[in-house]
Design a protein around this ligand. Sequence first.
Ligand code: PEP
Ligand code: MN
Length: 277
Amino acid sequence: MSKLVISQKIKLAVKNGHGCVRIRVGNVTIGCDQIVVMAGPCSVESREQVLETARIVKAAGGHILRGGAFKPRTLPYSFQGLGEEGLKILAEARDETGLPIVTEVMAPEDVELVESYADILQIGARNMQNFTLLKRVGRAVKPVMLKRGMSATIEEWLGCAEYILNEGNPNVILCERGIRTYETITRNTLDVSAVPVIKQLSDLPVVIDPSHGTGIRSLVAPMAKAGVAAGADGLIIEVHPHPEKALSDGDQSLHPPEFADLMRELAPIVGAVGKRL
Ligand code: PEP
Ligand code: MN
């Protein structure tokens, strides 16, 4: 059988013989036999929007609430996020629903603040190789979800996980969120093959982001199912109570009933791969 080859300089992120890493977040376990669904709006826009979405995610069976308070936007004129006010809103939604929170941290100097509210620190695609930020979250107590850079090879991505692990934080979740290719119909090309590649090289959990991976609402459910079938440990999905009014990524955000349908449709696929939802 042919063997995947990875640089021997990557030591910590490679398979260690334990099979899989379990990461505990509140009452949720990520990795191994559990499929974890993280869902919520792209951006935290208002208290009402987040609380409404959190209730929808919880009712549909989602496990973790997502939402950005610090937003990496292509243009400086676009909505940049509510900052700490957004973090407070997320914390209120967690208090009400019990859902742990995943949210992005963009700068080393914000890690202490974000960590005081969040349950998982998200490193965005644009910051995958921000080594100062990676080293800082490597000294954080909270787990880190490391998104793949849009032009990163899998080996470069694992090298970035290595930076975090090397500072002493063992709780790294990888997130495949699509890469830049010559294709223009989709926003990115979701590299589903990254899932089995990572599974062969590493014990770290890997989740699929079909929202950024496609950029198109109607493609989110099929690619979410493909991700689970390929062996992903979870999904991160954008859901908005009124996607047409969203301040970011409305085109790829599911309407609440679509998210509930997806959760139901995932069940047999999760069962087929021998996992629990
Ligand atoms: C996000 O999750 O909203 C986000 C900005 O993702 P990415 O870093 O993958 O573009
Ligand atoms: Mn988004």
